[in-house]
Design a protein around this ligand. Structure first.
Ligand SMILES: C[S@@+](CC[C@H](N)C(=O)[O-])C[C@H]1O[C@@H](n2cnc3c(N)ncnc32)[C@H](O)[C@@H]1O
Length: 460
């Protein structure tokens, strides 16, 4: 067998006539123009959707190969590329459909949804079909398709396990008995409950038009097999409002953004030097790095010079900072996001390294953020971060607001830091106290605990 996974999917989903009928109806509602099927795989639906202008987007070279064997007439309609960085112009497609839980494979899903928003015309429509994790057969945890026989060619058993880390990640072990013998392989899938799916679509700027529980159009219930969401673009500023402190912080950093490097130099900001030295001890090949509170991307630039070929993702609440970061062209992807809402990825174990420098003092619910970081780190991953020090000798409050800047900072003792990390099963590798910068408003020196931590396998 040339490609187990592609071959298996091709056979499993051979009978897609019902599903195709539903998607036909969706396409009818999209109006004139091109329809996009991202993650089109081997092209199971392609032959059913006649007389449509469909473009197929696929990342895997193996899938494209089988697609082209199945559909040689569509060679001009298949685009090689990743849905989270779609090689398509803004406002260029009338509809996008993502069938058969394909959304769970288009990771990181938050970036994919943002790309859908960018490439869809303003009156365009999006259809997402996600496997419902409440569906009893999935909940049973085993035997998703146990013992099925497909076309008398081979038999396969499916076993679906939830991975121990991560709320939405599941791993399916497939054991296939073919004429040539038995082959086993596993695939990772993301099963997203309806509320979460609606929330992440809302965050990406979509509103829900209708929800169904199956391709036959039946009403959605907790026990439905699928969640079929039909969505359209919501207006500008449709996301949740930022709280007043975060608004103040955002406008402060938006103002600083164009001259952030000078601002950091003036304050003799110590993190860039510390990071450069620290990275010498970290041996990773092409690591995936998440930079939280990434500002203009100056730390990512250091990482990129050190590792070469690393894949950087930046998250910051300040749109001004993200604009500056994009000019640097070092980050693979970035997003405007308030960490007070947690870490924006639903997939677990995405990153080899997470940076969170000069940002955790601004976060109100540190456990929400650290929980998200722990979940998104690979089992062998490390967190490099800073916590602003609470000076036990001076005493005072652990949450302070400089009236000249008008938003609070949260301070921690070394014991606090260790306890927080322990709560999230992160083991401290090193924790140093350093003078991090001189306050631009008072000239006072500010100290950080600067931490390297890793996922602690003994803690589970
Ligand atoms: C002091 S700068 C540090 C930037 C960079 N990490 C560094 O060390 O050079 C703090 C950054 O965190 C961002 N930030 C603060 N609060 C945030 C939040 N709640 N969510 C996301 N980013 C936040 C700010 O917009 C700013 O760009």
């Amino acid at each position: 067998m040339e490609n187990n996974y592609a071959y298996w999917r091709n056979l499993c989903f051979k009978d897609v006539a019902n599903d195709a009928a539903y998607i036909e109806k969706f396409c009818d509602n999209c109006g004139e123009g091109v329809i996009l099927e991202p993650g089109s795989g081997t092209g199971r639906l392609a032959s059913h959707l006649k007389n449509r202008k469909i473009k197929f987007l696929e990342l895997s070279g193996e899938m494209v190969e089988i697609f082209l064997k199945n559909h040689p007439d569509k060679k001009d309609d298949i685009i090689a590329g990743s849905a989270d960085n779609a090689p398509l112009p803004d406002n260029s497609v009338s509809g996008i459909y993502v069938p058969f839980n394909g959304i769970g494979e288009l990771t990181p899903i938050v970036f994919t949804l943002k790309e859908f928003h960018r490439v869809l015309k303003d009156d365009g429509k999006l259809l997402i079909c996600a496997a419902n994790p409440d569906f009893p057969m999935l909940r049973a945890g085993i035997g998703v398709m146990a013992g099925s026989t497909i076309n008398d060619i081979f038999q396969f058993d499916g076993r679906t396990f939830k991975t121990p880390f991560g709320r939405y990640s599941w791993q399916t072990m497939l054991s296939i008995r073919t004429l040539a013998g038995e082959v086993s392989f596993s695939i990772n899938q993301y099963l997203i409950p309806r509320e979460k799916l609606e929330q992440i679509c809302g965050d990406a700027g979509f509103k829900v038009d209708s929800v169904h529980g199956n391709y036959d159009g039946s009403a959605w219930s907790q026990r439905s097999q699928w969640t079929l969401l039909s969505l359209s673009k919501a207006g500008e500023n449709s996301g949740p409002a930022l709280d007043a402190h975060v608004q103040k912080l955002t406008s402060t950093y938006d103002t600083v953004a164009p001259s952030y490097d000078t601002f950091a130099e003036k304050g003799t900001y110590a993190i860039p030097v510390w990071l450069k030295a620290k990275l010498q001890d970290i041996k990773l090949i092409k690591p995936a790095i998440l930079d939280l509170g990434c500002a203009n991307g100056s730390l990512g630039a250091i990482a990129s010079r050190h590792f070469g070929g690393c894949s950087l993702i930046g998250v910051d609440v300040s749109p001004g900072m993200i604009t500056e970061l994009k000019k640097l062209a070092v980050y693979k992807n970035s997003m405007v996001w308030d960490l007070n809402r947690g870490v924006p990825f639903i997939e677990s174990e995405l990153f080899d390294l997470v940076f969170a420098f000069g940002v955790l003092e601004f976060v109100k619910n540190i456990d929400l953020t650290l929980g998200g970081i722990a979940e998104t780190l690979k089992p062998t991953g490390s967190l490099l971060c800073s916590f602003e020090c609470f000076d036990e000798v001076k005493g005072g409050a652990k949450v302070i607001t400089d009236p000249r800047i008008g938003f609070p900072r949260h301070l921690y003792t070394e014991e606090d830091v260790k306890a927080i990390l322990h709560r999230h099963k992160l083991e401290v590798v090193s924790c140093e106290r350093i003078t991090a910068y001189k306050s631009p408003s008072t000239g006072a020196e500010v100290d950080y605990f600067i931490v390297q931590a890793k996922r602690d396998r003994n803690l589970g």
